[in-house]
Design a protein around this ligand. Sequence first.
Ligand SMILES: NC(=O)c1ccc[n+]([C@@H]2O[C@H](COP(=O)([O-])OP(=O)(O)OC[C@H]3O[C@@H](n4cnc5c(N)ncnc54)[C@H](OP(=O)(O)O)[C@@H]3O)[C@@H](O)[C@H]2O)c1
Length: 340
Amino acid sequence: MGYKVVVAGATGNVGREMLNILAEREFPVDEIAVLASRRSLGTEVSFGDKTLKTQDLDTFDFTGWDIALFAVGSGPTKEYAPKAAKAGCVVIDNSSLYRYDPDVPLVVPEVNPEAVEGYAKKNIIANPNCSTAQMVVALKPLHDRAKIKRVVVSTYQSVSGGGKDAMDELWNQTKAVYNPTEEVEPKKFTKQIAFNVIPHIDVFMEDGSTKEEWKMVAETKKIVDTKIKVTATCVRVPVFVGHAEAINLEFEEFLDEDEARDILREAPGIMVVDKREDGGYITPVECVGDFATFISRIRQDSTIENGLNLWCVSDNLRKGAALNAVQIAETLGKRCLKKG
Ligand SMILES: NC(=O)c1ccc[n+]([C@@H]2O[C@H](COP(=O)([O-])OP(=O)(O)OC[C@H]3O[C@@H](n4cnc5c(N)ncnc54)[C@H](OP(=O)(O)O)[C@@H]3O)[C@@H](O)[C@H]2O)c1
């Protein structure tokens, strides 16, 4: 016996990828329902070799369904996730709405799988922000060995992190650069994204950081260790899919770069590609469609006592969202629901 699974936001970037990943990983699905807004009623989406028609989230009855993977944004999540949870369906949510709620586990299965066991307080589990998810997969095995004191991270985040309309904006603006009569004004972004980079993701906070940067700090603490200090600069770049991060780590104990490379090679969810030669590292274009978080450019930082630098790349629609959500469903199934 398998699970009755709902995918809410099935017409979006993350929802479509969730359907791909449920099929690719052969998640034990007995029945599946795909939901979106009323605008998309009847829109066809693929699930393995099947084509499914989307239903309206607003009128869907969650009674009798086991797991709902939500990727609809915070507004609709606020309205519909409690309804699903109250009907007995466990919600795994991709929005930021519940991530900081002490009664909702925030889970990256390679890092804190045991946290899923706290799902029953609200019947909701939160999925972290895309830039946090890939980073903590890399931090955890190094933290276990040498205790991370401080993280300085700069991100290079693709436009798909902003949803399907953001991808269209990059595409249309790029074409328009060559055809000035068709100027495309920024809508999803605050400035031109084509042939540009923008150091501004989500809203500004009082201290001058952005909400995206704050999320990396708060979520790393909740998932890995409250004592780790994190400072982040999050930047949107004109790449369609795949987030990259330059990460500087300061440890309590000395960690040699060769040992760090070995630890990361053995760690779950990580692929080390680190040759000190032309092309001996991974870039966003090469990570698309992959499950792994790729680590390259591992090297000592000799400007501090126990320092290390690395380059971390992953498919933000996969590890940063859909894959992590499906892994949470797998973990929940194995540890708690025990069907399939
Ligand atoms: N993209 C990433 O890398 C990433 C990573 C981590 C988390 N997330 C989060 O995942 C969520 C989805 O992101 P996305 O990139 O997939 O966005 P997207 O491509 O814009 O898709 C949004 C989805 O939500 C549906 N939706 C929007 N408003 C709705 C409503 N009122 N009722 C029902 N359905 C509604 C849309 O349906 P229609 O097609 O009918 O409008 C669509 O299926 C967001 O919370 C985002 O922050 C995204």
